[in-house]
Design a binder for this molecule. Structure first.
Ligand code: ADP
Length: 361
């Protein structure tokens, strides 16, 4: 028995209401109502009600009419009718039409009510699980659809680029001409490599368990700084890091790296090309067991109307740099996996700040 199970009992006879509550209140969380209007108010304010018992014979609206009326608005709770023998034809018809899950005879006995609750609860739990699985399946189908589309564009385009370049190069006589075309081929191959890296991240995030270790943010940030050093120096970007870590922080290092690489590479990609003052700041503070990481840039910024979409798979808001719209989707999935959150502040032409909060494990 589980006293988290919330039950609504509707009966116009006060003694029955009191008897039901008195008998079952220790095992379950019981709500009672003496008419269907009150019952509806209770349903409205208690979304976790799993099982509804309703007496068939009540002045005004009877039990079956009530159940068939609320079925659309409250489809999840399991509906159980309490009735006398005399109503049997109506009851069978109602079960057949799916308005009720079961009925119990009046006067009810405690043991029968309890077995009915347990059975209804099992049905409810199975249904909820099925609903969750269906939602996951729906999401997986949608992603598959996007993948099929993206493979036909994002993988085919760079491949066609390389093939085209090879065909042209075959007719070249001088090494200089071949050299020139190699640059074009390189750009296409880098694009392919990015795509494959993002795919690797996508599958890394689907791996079940976390690989936990103590995180030294100084080391982690130094590695990121080193990784992008050649690029930031060549592009004149002033890249600063700041670490304020007073507490031990435990988490999955590969997933943190994935988040940081995606955010920092975007901060680099979306700089204002002609600016002489390009800046990126990467900082972290540990506080109350959380790490609050900020990645900010003074680049091109994100259009207001696009901000809510940037975490969607394959969504892109700018053509300034090569990209597939994969990065921030992976960032969001990674942060969800670590039970953290991400916020964005951005202004066109003034830059963007991504604020990531992650709890220590
Ligand atoms: P990609 O960079 O491959 O397009 P992302 O998922 O990493 O894909 O980012 C989605 C979109 O969000 C980008 O196309 C870009 O328009 C926007 N964006 C992300 N980060 C920044 C940033 N730091 N500055 C400006 N725009 C950004």
């Amino acid at each position: 028995m589980d006293n988290n199970i919330e039950i609504l009992y509707i009966d116009d006879e006060y003694n029955n209401l009191v008897g039901f509550k008195a008998a079952l209140r220790m095992q379950y969380n019981i709500h009672i109502a003496s008419n269907t209007t009150d019952a509806e108010n209770i349903l409205m304010t208690n979304p976790n009600i799993r099982i509804i018992f309703c007496d068939q014979k009540m002045p005004g609206e009877n039990g079956i009419d009530f159940f068939s009326r609320i079925k659309k608005e409250y489809p999840r709770p399991i509906r159980i009718l309490i009735t006398a023998y005399a109503d049997m034809d109506t009851v069978i018809d109602s079960i057949n039409r799916g308005h009720i899950f079961r009925f119990i005879r009046k006067p009810w006995e405690e043991a029968e009510v309890i077995s009915c609750i347990e059975e209804a609860n099992k049905f409810f739990v199975t249904n909820s699980l099925l609903e969750t699985r269906n939602m996951e399946l729906q999401k997986a189908y949608e992603e598959l659809d996007k993948f099929a589309y993206s493979v036909s564009h994002d993988l085919r385009d760079p491949l066609s680029g390389v093939l085209g370049a090879i065909r042209i190069a075959l007719d070249f006589k001088s090494v200089e001409q071949v050299h020139e075309i190699l640059f074009l081929m390189k750009a296409s191959i880098v694009k392919l490599e990015d795509y494959i890296n993002s795919l690797r991240d996508y599958y890394l995030l689907r791996r079940g368990e976390l690989n936990l270790s103590k995180i030294d943010f100084n080391l982690l940030f130094e590695d990121i700084l080193d990784f992008y050093k050649v690029y930031t120096q060549n592009s004149g970007i002033d890249f600063n890091i700041k670490v304020d870590q007073s507490k031990t922080f435990i988490n999955d290092k590969s997933i943190l790296e994935l988040i940081l690489h995606n955010l920092v590479s975007n901060a680099i990609k979306y700089q204002k090309i002609d600016s002489h003052d390009k800046r990126i700041n990467l900082s972290v503070e540990t506080h109350n067991g959380d790490a609050r990481i900020l990645v900010s840039d003074n680049g091109i910024g994100i259009p207001k109307e696009a901000i809510q979409d940037i975490f969607r798979l394959f969504f892109r808001a700018s053509d300034q740099a090569e990209g597939m719209g994969f990065g921030l989707y992976n960032v969001k999935t990674a942060i969800q996996k670590l039970k953290g959150k991400i916020e964005v502040e951005s202004e066109i032409d003034n830059g963007s700040t991504f604020i990531v909060t992650i709890p220590s494990k």
